[in-house]
Design a protein around this ligand. Structure first.
Ligand code: UD1
Length: 380
């Protein structure tokens, strides 16, 4: 029997760890076979290649090479280039992950061509429409045929938006599949310090890991400056390791804030790839971040996380995990930081079905769904 083709889309860094276990599970399927399209939304070696190698993701079958641009330009470029791929490949399904521009762009093209769309990590809502990702989430979920969720709140969000319950499947968290599969291969913080020839070396368990890249935190120079000021203060008590996203690096330069931190107290690094981040996260005393994924990874690792945002689309990391949402108010950031220094922060527990088997569950649902909805071709 001919296997049915599942066209998987990735575009930006947070997609890579989500697609890796799905690709692996599809490669083991007896009825389905993956085809990987990379949109090229992220293209730097540090933002792409290292992840493919470390996570064992096969080379994309096609790279659309779109690169950076305004939201409209980037989304439109992905759409027009992706349409050609669908015309050539005619996959049985298009599978998208997460909430980046590549996610909505490819979902929209597929659904208008009447190719069923599968959304992995659906139903997350920050209820903050100023976040581009929130728009991407809401719209992708509305046009998806099958919606896979990571936590039970996500299903309630989808039902409120009128999505039929039969399309929703609670399967767990594919990003945690990757974390569990890779944890023993993590690169220790000490090794990362050696590899970057750092002239300051912090002790495992005695540094904070910092990441910042949300437009709401880095695009406005006054917000960025106030954040960096409180982080500089914090670094006097607990040294910080700060891998800098390209967007943030550019904004720091533009705002004239390069050299803001004391290099003895803040180790500024280029973007780190997956196994380095896993080492840096798991050995940190705490993590300070505005990332979505890191809120979940720290919950899974049991490391305290301070989220420098006003809201989260991943409330389970607060209700059950180690995450505290603090926003950008310096006083609030200091208070929660001091609490964690004093008592180690919330204990937290690992959420339901974050067990390393989400991708297997997804592929099982896809196999059944395709067998039931798309009659096999005569002679196939
Ligand atoms: C994107 C996602 C965001 C995700 C983040 C993780 C959207 C709307 N946003 O944001 O949800 O959390 O990725 O990284 O899809 N750049 C490079 N090299 C690269 C990629 C980007 O230098 O390989 C620079 C460019 O200056 C670019 C800027 O980073 O303009 C922003 O990149 P873009 O992909 O537009 O958004 P991110 O901020 O990375």
């Amino acid at each position: 029997m001919m296997k049915q083709q599942i066209l998987c889309v990735v575009g930006a860094r947070p997609n890579f760890m989500k697609i890796a276990p799905v690709m692996a599970a599809l490669q083991h399927s007896e009825t389905l076979t993956p085809f990987l399209v990379h949109t090229g939304q992220h293209y730097d070696t540090a933002m792409k290649h290292a992840f493919f190698d470390q996570l064992g993701i096969p080379e994309p079958d096609i790279d659309l090479g779109v690169g950076s641009g305004s939201h409209a330009v980037q989304t439109a470029d992905i759409m027009s280039r992706f349409e050609t791929v669908l015309d050539d490949e005619k996959p049985a399904l298009v599978l998208v992950v997460g909430d980046v521009n590549s996610t909505i762009a490819c979902a929209l093209v597929a659904t208008k061509k009447e190719i069923p769309v599968v959304h992995v990590e659906s139903g997350l809502r920050s209820y903050d429409r100023k976040m581009p990702e929130e728009i991407n989430r809401v719209l992708t979920d509305q046009i998806s045929d099958l919606l896979f969720t990571t936590e039970r709140d996500a299903e309630s969000n989808l039902l409120r938006e009128g999505i039929d319950a039969v399309r929703i499947h609670f399967v767990g968290n594919v990003m945690i599949d990757t974390l569990q599969a890779q944890l023993e291969k993590k690169i220790s913080a000490a090794e990362t310090f050696r590899n970057v020839a750092a002239n300051v070396v912090f002790q495992p368990g005695d540094y904070g890991l910092l990441t910042l890249h949300r437009p709401s935190n880095v695009d406005d120079p006054s917000v960025l400056k106030s954040l960096l000021a409180v982080l500089a203060e914090i670094s006097e008590q607990l040294p910080l390791v700060f891998p800098v996203h390209p967007r943030t690096r550019a904004k720091i330069q533009e705002a004239g804030l390069a050299g803001f931190f004391d290099p003895q107290r803040v180790l500024v690094l280029p973007p780190q790839s997956y196994l380095e981040m896993l080492g840096l996260m798991s050995e940190a005393r705490m993590v300070l971040t505005d990332s979505g994924g890191i809120q979940e990874e720290t919950t899974s690792l049991g490391v305290p996380c301070i989220t420098l945002r006003e809201n989260t689309e991943r409330p389970i990391t607060v209700d059950q995990g180690t995450n505290t949402i603090v926003g950008t108010d310096p006083v609030r950031i200091r208070t929660v930081f001091d609490e964690i220094m004093l008592n180690g922060g919330k204990a937290g527990r690992v959420p339901e079905l974050w067990d390393g088997k989400a991708a297997q569950r997804i592929v099982a649902v896809l196999e059944d769904w395709l067998a039931a909805t798309i009659p096999s071709q005569p002679g196939a």
